[in-house]
Design a protein around this ligand. Structure first.
Ligand code: PHB
Length: 394
């Protein structure tokens, strides 16, 4: 029903344009002269992930501006909506963009729980969706869809890389600490798989509710666990508090994690983050021309340093740009649009990226160490890592 609603709305516009041309009153308008492509940005602009949403937005705006405000000859119009990282509001927020604002594309979001609501809305309506952060694995596994692409990561990827690196180094026992929601659990699963395939064992998982930050009861258990490392997934404001509390607890057990633990938050974490090792698809000190130009431009626009969230926003916009160029702005040419996006080879600030059959980004997972306020890349944990894409039949 909503798919019909959407296609007929789009076709209505183009048909109308053609009718005017046929009547001979005006010259036949080309797609380039058609109305703007409306792109909904459903992102957190408040709450623990607010800065993540802002950085994604800055970077999208940056790329649109670099292309003169147009992709494939069509003006890009951005419509922003604060999803507050609240899964319970996810469906109604996505529907507002799709049904009320009539967006052609939805770029969103950060929180995996909210992503699942977006996924339901976009798979029902057929709206093109680009995920600029949230790693919920189902989106590119059993629930994968031809109109859904992810330009960021799957929750499994960075944590898997961390597990592999730790296991290869001979660490034997670890525990996982995280928020009790999809991203925490799925990262934990990736960490466990990478670690256990390389001789380690995850003996315990400790959780607290999202977005709570009362870490003391969990940290108090660490000395009794008998582990050689603690792995963790936290992000945004929660990550700032966790890393600070971990350092203040004076634990002897090294802290590692999915790179979000120290990404974009090293400033407020200060000395507490020093030495924390993480794995992520981005890091400081990646020397490539694209990254250098990107970081300079981002700082000029946002007034702060770029981070992985900015990179993911930028690449979401690059991906859409590549698709719309291929169809010369005719977003209704879905088969050609999706093909071009699936086959895109993107020059990302993180290095070259491509897409798997399940439309998930394939990328290096870098090993980083927090040193003097930087997440310094120390090596590559896994090269060109693709999510397994289990259950996807695209
Ligand atoms: C997620 O909910 O999928 C998520 C949120 C914040 C991150 C990474 C993943 O930094």
């Amino acid at each position: 029903m909503s798919k019909l609603y959407k296609s007929s709305t789009r076709r209505g516009v183009l048909k109308g344009a053609a009718a005017v041309g046929l009547a001979g009153v005006f010259p036949m308008p080309t797609i380039a002269q058609a109305k703007p492509v409306k792109v909904g940005l459903m992102l957190p602009y408040s709450g623990t992930f607010a800065q993540l949403g802002e950085n994604i937005t800055h970077a999208i705006e940056m790329h649109v501006a670099e292309k003169g405000g147009k992709f494939g000859g069509r003006e890009i119009q951005l419509v922003k909506l604060d999803d507050e990282s609240k899964p319970e509001l996810g469906l109604q927020n996505a529907d507002r963009l799709i049904k009320r604002d009539n967006v052609d594309v939805l770029i969103g979001t950060v929180h995996s729980g909210v992503q699942m609501a977006i996924h339901k809305a976009v798979t029902e309506s057929g709206t093109l969706c680009i995920v600029p952060n949230a790693g919920a694995v189902a989106v590119t596994r059993n629930l994968c869809a031809k109109n859904v692409f992810r330009a960021s990561f799957s929750n499994w990827q960075p944590a898997y890389g961390m597990g592999v690196a730790l296991g290869k180094r001979g660490v034997k026992k670890a525990a996982w600490i995280t928020w009790d929601y999809a991203a925490g659990a799925e990262s934990g699963e990736g960490f466990k798989q990478g670690f256990e395939a390389n001789g380690g064992q995850v003996v315990q998982t400790l959780t607290l509710k999202f977005p709570e930050t009362n870490f003391q009861p969990l940290l108090a258990q660490v000395p009794g666990l008998g582990v050689d490392a603690i792995g963790a997934f936290f992000a945004g404001g929660g990550a700032i508090n966790f890393v600070k509390d971990y350092a203040a607890a004076g634990l002897k057990v090294p802290l590692v994690g999915s790179g979000f633990l120290t990404e974009g938050v090293l400033g407020p974490q200060g000395a507490a983050a020093e030495g924390v090792e993480t794995a992520l698809h981005y890091g400081d000190g990646l020397e490539n021309p694209k990254n250098n130009a990107f970081r300079t431009a981002f700082k000029a626009k946002a007034g702060r340093d770029a981070d992985v969230y900015a990179v993911q926003g930028y690449d979401s916009a690059q991906l859409l740009g590549i698709g719309l160029e291929a169809v010369k702005g005719n977003i209704d040419n879905e088969a050609a649009l999706y093909k071009a996006m699936r086959e895109a080879k993107i020059d990302s600030p993180r290095g070259p990226i491509s897409f798997s059959k399940s439309q998930e980004v394939v990328q290096h997972i870098y090993l980083r160490k927090a040193t003097g306020g930087l997440n310094k890349v120390t090596g590559i944990a896994v090269e060109n890592l693709a999510d397994p894409g289990t259950g996807c039949k695209l």
